[in-house]
Design a protein around this ligand. Structure first.
Ligand SMILES: O=C(O)c1cc(=O)[nH]c(=O)n1[C@@H]1O[C@H](COP(=O)(O)O)[C@@H](O)[C@H]1O
Length: 249
């Protein structure tokens, strides 16, 4: 059973390696890990990821050390299967706990990502990262889905993509807290649900549209909460993380 704080993954959405390192160090032990995504990776690349997650071992050659901060490498791969497989092989030696693709890339692409993760992890003697798929971005509501040709309630599309993801053998999905109970019904208790769009009571929603509080998300059955700005933009990020952990405890 995870402790409440272990369910929190803090999104370090910044171009600044130093700022990400400082936050990661300050939050160590207070949360379950950090998330490095497209903004951080496109500014700083794999070396930046190592600098944040491996601390002083930033210069360690590829694949030769385990991270001292568990991390979700959120690069949301979405391309043809061969290209996604190559991209996955490239990031597994960094030692992420979780990596992701877009479920809408389809079954062949998702299976290629999973195979590539197994293939890359085996010679390194490491546990392969959890491979999960993004269903419908939490920044989209039904109007946004309609604009890209998806009619009907978001939950229907999310559950359809979650079922497809599970059929492809992946470990779980990214979804909003609003879809958790429907996915649990369709995919069972062991399928991992990683949930962004988390907003403590009274905090700014910003660009997120399908939101819930940390407590609501955990009560609904989330495994991990991905939380960025409510922690990183707080006056005291560690205090904000602790308050969130207390609220779900
Ligand atoms: O894959 C993700 O992590 C993700 C998927 C999704 O549907 N929505 C979503 O917000 N995210 C990520 O979760 C984080 C949420 O950050 P905040 O909105 O600042 O809490 C960002 O880093 C997003 O890239």
């Amino acid at each position: 059973m995870l402790q409440p704080k272990d369910r929190i993954l803090v999104a370090l959405d910044t171009p600044d390696v130093g700022a990400a390192q400082d936050l990661s160090r300050a939050l160590q032990g207070h949360v379950g890990g950090v998330k490095l995504g497209l903004e951080f990776f496109n500014f700083n690349g794999p070396q930046g990821v190592r600098a944040v997650t491996h601390g002083d071992e930033a210069e360690t050659p590829r694949g030769q050390s385990t991270p001292n901060q568990p991390f979700f490498l959120d690069l949301k791969f979405h391309d043809i299967p061969n290209t996604v497989a190559g991209a996955v092989r490239g990031v597994v030696p960094l030692g992420p706990k979780i990596i992701n693709v877009h479920a809408s890339g389809g079954p062949a692409m998702m299976k290629a990502a999973l195979d590539a993760a197994n293939f890359a992890a085996e010679p390194l003697g490491v546990v392969r990262p959890m491979v999960i798929a993004v269903t419908v971005l939490t920044s989209m509501d039904e109007d946004d889905l309609g604009a890209v040709g998806q009619q009907g309630p978001a939950v229907e599309q999310v559950v359809r993509l979650a079922e497809l993801t599970q059929k492809c053998g992946l470990d779980g999905v990214v979804c909003s807290a609003r879809e958790i109970s429907a996915i649990r019904k369709a995919c069972g208790p062991d399928f991992k649900l990683i949930v962004p769009g988390i907003r403590p009571e009274g905090s700014d929603t910003g660009d997120q549209k399908r939101t819930m509080t940390p407590k609501q998300a955990v009560e609904a059955g989330a495994d991990y909460l991905v939380i960025g700005r409510p922690i990183t933009q707080a006056y005291n990020p560690v205090a904000a993380a602790k308050a969130i952990a207390d609220s779900i405890g």
